[in-house]
Write a protein that binds this ligand. Structure first.
Ligand code: ADP
Ligand code: MG
Length: 400
């Protein structure tokens, strides 16, 4: 169990400086933050620290710049955070370590300063120890609240944690990070049963680790999306012009063997000839897919079958949409699953959503507030569920 900022005595925080790594990798449009979910998700940690009287030095990456590039500056994030917090967030645009330290030294007590995009410095992605040490020197404690990059070992994540510990400070999880762990690990480790996993999305190759890790823990694993197509082909069914990963057929066969009856595939599907709004769509049995058909969603019988399994579950973990939900007529399966998960949560089930597109689908279905937890980390949640190494977490101080 990792130590969290809520385990630190607030009296200790007063007058000290916390270096906080957040995940402010948000979309920008015309110099403004166009989706502030990730900023809002960081507010509890910032409120806790400032209420305790700590100064906060915030770090984040944004996009994948090769060096300084003005269009990926974090300045608009400081503006939006100022609005959200109702207190000024001072933007520190310097990159030179000495100038950054001087600017931080001028921050008033209990105020917040945001440094420029960490990836403007090549040393971040290279996990340069000197860069990590220069950030650690800015404060007394490191708080990692960037769950979205917990699977990476960068100077601003794992490197900074190690550097802070090397100078005698602690490295702890922020409130968002702690919440992600509580739900994503709880759902995996000791779930109330029945435990149902739902997997979909475009590819199985990126999610092999999750499929086999989940098959070992769930009572049922419902598979939809393009992921199901590869299983269909492995079963010898015709998949027409659907998206299939032919390199993964053997893998699909072995997963079917490993899963036996626990692995549940769609029985019918929605097919179309064209991936566009307004295209004609038909429902067919999975054995009736024609040559120029593309499978784009699960069919109504599958929706009912999946919804029933979800309705009878005490724990549910969902990653990956059931169809091409970005296009309205192909979104019905995904929306039906979102509603089924929300209804199960209304009755007391634990429902956890991981994955970027799945999170967007739950928002779109209007049920984000009814499910127990929608993870803010796309790739990171998949990695965690698959049991992969998480340097951003592993580097934090152990509790107790
Ligand atoms: P997440 O981000 O939740 O992990 P993925 O990125 O794995 O999900 O998958 C999301 C994508 O999968 C969406 O863009 C969706 O259009 C696509 N997808 C789902 N079902 C199909 C399908 N049957 N054919 C083609 N693409 C699909
Ligand atoms: Mg995705």
């Amino acid at each position: 169990m990792k130590k969290a900022i809520s385990d630190i005595d607030p009296a200790w925080l007063e007058g000290r400086t916390a270096v906080v790594r957040a995940d402010f990798n948000v979309p920008l449009d015309d110099g403004r933050v166009s989706d502030d979910h990730r900023l809002r998700a960081s507010l509890p940690t910032l409120d806790l620290l400032t209420a305790a009287g700590a100064r906060v030095v915030l770090l984040s990456h944004l996009g994948r710049p090769d060096g300084p590039s003005p269009e990926l500056s974090l300045a608009p994030v400081a503006t939006r955070l100022t609005e959200l917090l109702g207190r000024p967030v001072q933007f520190i645009g310097e990159l030179d370590a000495g100038k950054v330290a001087a600017a931080v030294a001028h921050l008033p007590a209990a105020s917040i300063g945001l440094l420029e995009n960490t990836r403007f410095l090549a040393g971040d992605a290279e996990n340069d120890p000197a860069l990590a040490a220069s950030w650690a020197d800015l404060g007394d404690i490191f708080v990692n609240d960037a769950f979205g990059v917990a699977h990476r070992a960068h100077a601003s994540t794992a490197g900074l944690a190690e550097a802070m510990m090397a100078r005698g400070g602690e490295a702890v999880a922020g409130l968002l990070m702690a919440k992600e762990l509580l739900f994503l690990e709880d759902a995996l480790l000791e779930p109330e049963r029945p435990f149902t996993g739902i997997l979909g999305g475009a590819k199985i190759s990126g999610k092999i680790g999750v499929i086999s890790a989940l098959l070992g823990r769930v009572d049922r694993l419902l598979i939809g999306g393009a992921m199901a197509n590869t299983f269909f082909m492995a079963m010898g069914l015709d998949t027409g012009s659907s998206l299939v990963e032919e390199d993964s057929l053997d893998l699909a066969k072995s997963l079917m063997e490993q899963g036996g009856e626990r692995l549940v595939l769609p029985v019918d599907c929605v097919v179309t000839h064209e991936l566009r709004e307004g295209a004609e769509a038909r429902t067919v049995e999975r054995s009736e897919v024609a040559q120029d058909d593309k499978i784009v969603d699960i069919g109504p019988r599958t929706r009912a079958m999946f919804a029933e399994a979800i309705g009878g579950s005490k724990s549910i973990l969902w990653n990956g949409p059931m169809g091409v939900f970005e296009i309205d007529p192909f979104a019905e399966g995904t929306i039906a699953i979102a509603w089924a998960v929300a209804a199960a949560c209304d009755r007391g089930a634990l429902g956890v959503i991981g994955g970027g597109d799945s999170g967007a689908a739950v928002e779109r279905a209007g049920v984000a507030d009814r499910v127990t937890h929608v993870s803010t980390g796309g790739g990171a949640s998949i990695k965690l569920l698959a049991g992969a190494k998480m340097p951003g977490l592993d580097s934090l101080t152990e509790k107790g």
